[in-house]
Design a protein around this ligand. Sequence first.
Ligand SMILES: [Fe+2]
Ligand SMILES: [Fe+2]
Length: 347
Amino acid sequence: MAETRTTTSHYAVQKVRRADWLQYWKDNQRVKVTAESVEMVDTPRRMKRGVMVSADGDAPSLNLDANLHSIEPGVVSTIHRHSWDAIMFVNQGSGWTEVNGRRYEWRPWDTIYLPANAWHRHGGSGDRPAEYVTFSVQPMVELFGMAFLEDGGDTPYEELPGPPVTTHGMTGNDPYSRRVARLHDHQLAMEETRILTPFEDVPFRVQPRGARSGFMVDKTIGHRTQGITTVMHQLAPGLYQSKHRHGGEAWLYCVKGEGYTIIDGERVDWKAGDLVVVDHWAWHQHFNASETEISSIIRVHNFDTLYFAMAALLAPLNLLEEPEKLDAPPDISSIEWPDYDQGRPSA
Ligand SMILES: [Fe+2]
Ligand SMILES: [Fe+2]
């Protein structure tokens, strides 16, 4: 039997642990990852991968990660599955992604949702390499002790093991039967999620904050995720969005155009391919630096689970704050908007 020899108290251990944890978080926080700083590396998956934010590229985080991927025309990746879900946003080129045996064709600015535990592989088509960026909750799932990744190589989908099975058919009204039935229903609902969001199907609307926005991955258009959602915000030429702040981080990936974000008084410039991380509680406001073109940025965060839980756990702290009167551009309704797909590559 192991003998406890420690002389430190529970109190002291906890205190040091908390301080170390916050220091680790602080040390790894970043405000911007530029497109040029991303190094694309060959992987055994027959694709190239460039880490924007991930422990695999010495840029760890605790909630979301971001990676850039490219695949040559005619190449098919290995098939794999993992216990976290992910979002793919296509920058350029065309190809397809097969999710649980079903193929989805995609082209620039389409979004693909990859559900947890779903077998998936990718193929490049067209005549140039396709490039897409992914965001996932891999770090959060690892933090919860539930992260796994299984690479199936070139095994056909039909021969791969099926998804984790939830027991069904328990009809009792006792707490155990109710739990089994409830979790089965929950899992079925998760499986009904939407996968592909073709860009031309995204309804864009002008928001009270001043941007024109469209849901790419969201409950309202049929997704069931582990908490991650994506919206594209478009800033009108020469204009901006009303400032606000919130708990949790918001990640902004510039798809097209150029602009800057004022984060707690500091200006952070961005252009296509850059990622900006807005820290929690930081007041922020996005501006379009161009007088002639819209700038299109996608916003990714984990509000639907993690931040909602935090909002409840931390109440009465207010996790979303705005000025009493929004400082959006005056007379939003009269803004002249270019086409919502301005600058979208054809392939
Ligand atoms: Fe994957
Ligand atoms: Fe925000």
